[in-house]
Design a protein around this ligand. Structure first.
Ligand SMILES: [Zn+2]
Length: 72
């Protein structure tokens, strides 16, 4: 099972979170992978497919939003 499949199966969408700063895909997807929570862009056309990870889902979304707001 590759990363994309895991994210699609474990998807938790949160409409109020920020879109990808690179491609504008909205919203990104969250998944729990190997005990870590990962939020990332799932868009096949995205040049960067940024991801963040954390020990809780809330922490991970907060990291995503900080990154998305910074635009890098
Ligand atoms: Zn993207």
């Amino acid at each position: 099972m590759n990363m994309v499949e895991v994210i699609a199966r474990g998807a938790v969408r949160r409409a109020h979170d920020l879109p990808c700063p690179f491609c504008g895909a909205d919203p990104p997807l969250a998944a729990k992978i190997a005990g870590r929570f990962v939020v990332g862009c799932e868009n096949d056309d995205c040049a960067a497919n940024p991801q963040v990870s954390g020990s809780s889902l809330t922490e991970t979304w907060e990291k995503w939003n900080r990154r998305a707001a910074r635009g890098s």
